[in-house]
Ligand binder design. Structure first.
Ligand code: 2NL
Length: 343
């Protein structure tokens, strides 16, 4: 107990010597001596370690100390508020508020909105669907049966609770769902995030964004496909852009093609971006394979259609000359800030 009394004596001296010259130091004093984890609280907690016959005497000393500490607090509280230095009066409510920085659209969103709105002007409606898909909608219905070698290039992530569930590798699955509804004609544009089991690098990521389009009606031809996509690139990249179609292969289209545009950087003369060819690939497309139509319950003798797909990152990299795909998902403000003036 003697030790405790000695301690209290020291605290008393400290209180008497304390310099309280404003709201901040007053608050500091309050927390230190009177707060819920303060010195007073601690000392009262020591009560239980004091022998029973001493409790009365120690209690008296402690109560005196409490009054002393509280009196000092009240005294200085009055002084500081008389000086106009209280928390309330130091607030000037007439000052203008803090400026909240204005954010901006992510470059991927900017380009996605631009692509989607061009197709909307042509009468395409937006369709969306789940990112967790079943094997049927992502692969089988699209003429990619189990053990098909093309599945290798679209390896993805599987959901452990159910081996039939996976993260979609393209938004074609949304189009399959739309075809299954059986309402024709169909003219849809499907933006969204897709997944692949890829090693992350400057040119590949395990998630990216895609826009796919689908048009199904009677008498839809390859000429319709070419004209639609030509209109799209002219709106997107300007009237001077040239296009070319190269034969290609996709399991879900026949015939299939890849579309190149003349290089935006060198205008076709040859540079690093187009690897000195004058052309850059921007999308894949083709006439919907009759098997895909039949898989989705559409009469392939009556209806034909075209489809196309493009990666938004790729187009954004071309448009803004971005060299590393990883920048899109790192959320570095120094990168994102550069798009504040874009719409
Ligand atoms: C690419 C190529 C493509 C499609 C996507 C499609 C969808 C249905 C039926 C047939 Cl439901 N085709 N989509 C067709 C050709 C190419 O994408 O390189 N995308 C990033």
């Amino acid at each position: 107990m003697d030790q405790l009394i000695e301690k209290i004596k020291q605290y008393k001296e400290e209180i008497d010597a304390a310099v309280i010259d404003g709201a901040a130091s007053l608050e500091e004093y309050r927390i230190k001596f009177l707060g819920t984890k303060g010195i007073l609280k601690n000392l009262f907690g020591e009560m239980k370690s004091v022998a029973n016959e001493n409790k009365k005497e120690f209690g008296q000393i402690l109560n005196d100390f409490k009054q002393h500490a509280e009196a000092k607090y009240e005294q200085f509280k009055e002084l500081t508020s008389a000086n106009g230095d209280s928390a309330a009066s130091s607030l000037d409510l007439t000052l203008p508020g803090d400026v909240i920085p204005v954010g901006s659209h992510h470059p991927i969103s900017i380009v996605r909105n631009e692509i989607v709105s061009i197709f909307q002007r042509l009468g395409f409606a937006i369709a969306e669907g789940p990112e967790i898909e079943d094997d049927m909608h992502n692969f089988t219905a699209l003429n990619l049966p189990e053990n098909h070698p093309a599945r290798d290039m679209q390896d993805t992530f599987y959901i452990s609770q159910n081996p039939d569930w996976l993260l979609r590798t393209h938004t074609s699955s949304v189009q399959v769902r739309e075809m299954e509804k059986g309402k024709l004609p169909i003219r849809i544009i499907c933006p969204g995030r897709v997944y692949r089991n890829e090693t992350i690098s400057a040119r590949a990521h395990c998630f990216f964004q895609q826009v796919e389009g689908l048009y199904i009606d009677e008498n839809v031809s390859f000429a319709d496909l070419k004209q639609t996509l030509y209109f799209f690139v002219q709106e997107m990249f300007g009237k001077n852009v040239k296009v070319r179609f190269r034969p290609s292969y996709f399991p879900f289209t026949e015939p299939s093609a890849e579309m190149d545009i003349s290089c935006l950087i060198c205008g076709g003369k040859g540079c690093n971006v187009c690897k000195h060819t004058g052309w850059v690939e921007i999308l894949g497309c083709g006439m919907v394979h009759p098997k895909v139509l039949e898989n989705c319950g559409i009469d392939s003798n009556k209806y034909t259609g075209f489809a196309f797909g493009m990666g938004i990152e790729r187009i954004t990299m071309l448009k803004y000359q971005i060299k590393d795909l990883r920048l899109f998902s790192e959320n570095d403000v120094r990168f994102l800030k550069q798009f504040t003036s874009a719409t």
